[in-house]
Structures are given as structure tokens and as C-alpha cells.
Design a binder for this molecule. Sequence first.
Ligand SMILES: [Zn+2]
Length: 427
Amino acid sequence: MFKSGYSLLCILLLSLYSLAQSPTGDTYLLKAGKIFDAEKGVFLTNQAIYVQGGTIKGVGANLSVPKGTPEFNVPQATITPGLIDAHTHLLTVQRLDDNLATDALLHSSEYRVLRAAGLARSYLEAGFTTVRDLGNSGQYLDVEVAKAINRGFIPGPRMLTSGPIISAMDGQFYQLPFKDQERITKLEYRVVNGAQDAALAVKEHANNGVSVIKVVVFGERMGVSAEEMKAIVQTAHSHRLKVTAHATSDNDINLALEAGADGIEHGYYMADSILEKMAKKGVYLVPTDPSTHSIIEVEEARHIQKHDTAQIKSMLAPLSDRLKRAQQKGVLIVAGSDAYFEVRSTRGNAAKQTLIAYLEEGLSPATILQTATWNAAKALDLGNQIGALRTGAKADLVIFNGDLEKDFQKALFDVKWVIKDGKLVKQ
Ligand SMILES: [Zn+2]
């Protein structure tokens, strides 16, 4: 009896001690072994970050802060701005042996929203403090989840939303009987017919409070026309909304660029001339590339036991080639995972595999982190608020155990704390 009472006291004291060891208040000084300067793309040693009321109030080696400010020292850790995933689908989970349409057909909106709450939490705990959700979200379920997070009803990253993806009648639901395709597509997409209807679709989205317009330039059987695309971009820009286009190859990308789209999602196959055009127009690229590990997880989910890593590598080679060329041409690269498969990893960790893919493709840890912080914030029009550890920015921070610069692959998955708007959200 005495023994168990004693150990209970010990546990209580230990947990009080550990509470005091993490920044639970709203004003504190964090002293780190290493921090990541996202703007310059460099790691700095022995820096401190002063946080007050949700905002970063100072960053530097010799900060003077008010006497009595609680200090937290993490000499073995690396601090980065909160990570940003510019391409996700919190309302969709696709089982690998099912059609993408199955999720929408089998599950109620209520179920999908509750499930999204769980995925949002997993994102936050992995270190993502902002995500951009690009559709397959029923009819504005993404906007509802974003509101609940914003109001503090559920934990999750700051969420930017597109509402239903604008598409031609085929959307992205593959291999459906042609006679049923439009009927089923309409459950998840905003199918447009003609330029006037395309403009109307954007106005509907603006009224429903989306933060970005997403268009599938080419779906399974057909795509939007050049006139429709122009009407979409023009109307979106007049509503101060940016347009990002799902486009995988040159013709579709060019159609989007000619219409004035602001971003390209995927862009798997890209000629130099297209990359040059993007750089000139200031259009960003979100390369949603898989890592070797994520392909193996997909194979496992498909019950494939033997993995041929040499074959996976050669399959991924064209992606790494276009990523390098995009970088050389000066295209803004923005990290986006496009994570929606049901795999073994949590959603937050699955999303990080895109950063591992960039590592495998030859980018340095600093360049990779820039794509998920500084570059992403710029593409999302939030450059003055998030994506950098600097005075005046929102205090969105990830504290990684270990050295992200020297041991990226290990430290990336070893998150000590996550801070969003100055508040500790993962301990
Ligand atoms: Zn996607």
C-alpha cells in the first residue's frame, strides 16, 4: 500500500516536472542548438526564439527579454517553422483495391468529417501547422472542418480549402460506366459546361468561403476547355482567389499557363520550355512525388511482399530529373504530399514521405525545408505570417529531436514539440 502510494506520488511529481519542462504558457524563450532560417535557407546554431501571445517577438543569439521570462533549453534539437503541406485531402481515404469514387459513395459526410478530424490531429502532431486541402471533400466538407479547427473545437493545422474541384464531366473517377460517370462525379466535383458556367462555379466557391480554386485540367476522358480555364482564372482573380491546376503533362500545363493559373500540381512530365515559361510567369510547382518507402507501403497494402528497389528507383528517375530541371530554371518548388491512400503510416508521417522523396531526388535538407516553409507560405499568399522564424510572424514552430541538417531522415520523424500560434499542441 505504502509502496504503490509512493510510486503514485513519484509519477505525479515527475509529470509536474515534465510539464514545467515544456513551454505551456504564452510567453517564453526557446534556446535551441540549431534553428532553420527558412528565408535564407540556412541552419544557424545557438539561437533563441522569444514567443509572446502567439507571435514571434525576437530571434537571435543575444536576445534581451523581460526578467522572469520562462526559458526552455533544447541544445540537442533543431527548430523549424511549422511545416506546410500545400496539397492534401483530409476528407478522402482511398483503399488501394478500391476506386477513388468508393469513399464518396460508401461513406456519409458525417463519417468523413469525423475521420478528417483524426487525420488533422495526426498532421498537427507530425509538425504540420498549415495544410492546403485540394478537394475530394464532398460538397464543402473541407470548409466545415477548417472552421471547426479555426474555432478551436478540434485540434488541427490551419487549413486552406478549395471546395469541390472544378472539372469536366469525368472528374477523376476512373473506370466508371460512361452513362453514370457524370452523375457520380457531381457528388464530389463541380462539373462545368462552358465558360459562363465555369465563371459561375468560381462565384459559388467564393460565396462558400474557399481559399483557393483547384481545377482538374484533364480528367479520365476529357478536360476543361481553354475558354473554361480562362473564365475560371479571370473570375477567381477578380475575387482575389488564386488558381491551382492539376496538370500532369505539357499540353495540360500549357493550357493552364496560357489561362493565367498561379500554380501547377504534380507536373510529372515537363519539357524545359514549359519550366522556363513557369519561371518567367512566376508560377509555382507542387511536385507530389512518392519516396521509395511510400511506394513500398503502397505495395504492402496491395499484398505485394517482394519489393524491387532498383525498379522503383528507375520508375522514379523521370520525376527527379524534372525536379532538378525545375530547380535549375528557377521555378518555385512547393512541397505537397497528395497523401490520401490507406497505408500503415499515420497521415502526418505519410505526408512527410514527400520530403524524403525530395531527399532521394537530390535536394539538400535546407532546400527541402524551404519548400515546406518559406516557398509554401509564399505560394499560399501567407508569406508575411507563416513559413519563417522571424519577428512578427505567427509562432508556429516544430522542435525536432536531433540534427535535421546532418541527420534529416531520422530527425524528421522525431518530433519533440509542436507549437501553433504560440501554444504547445504536441508534447
Ligand atoms: Zn491530389
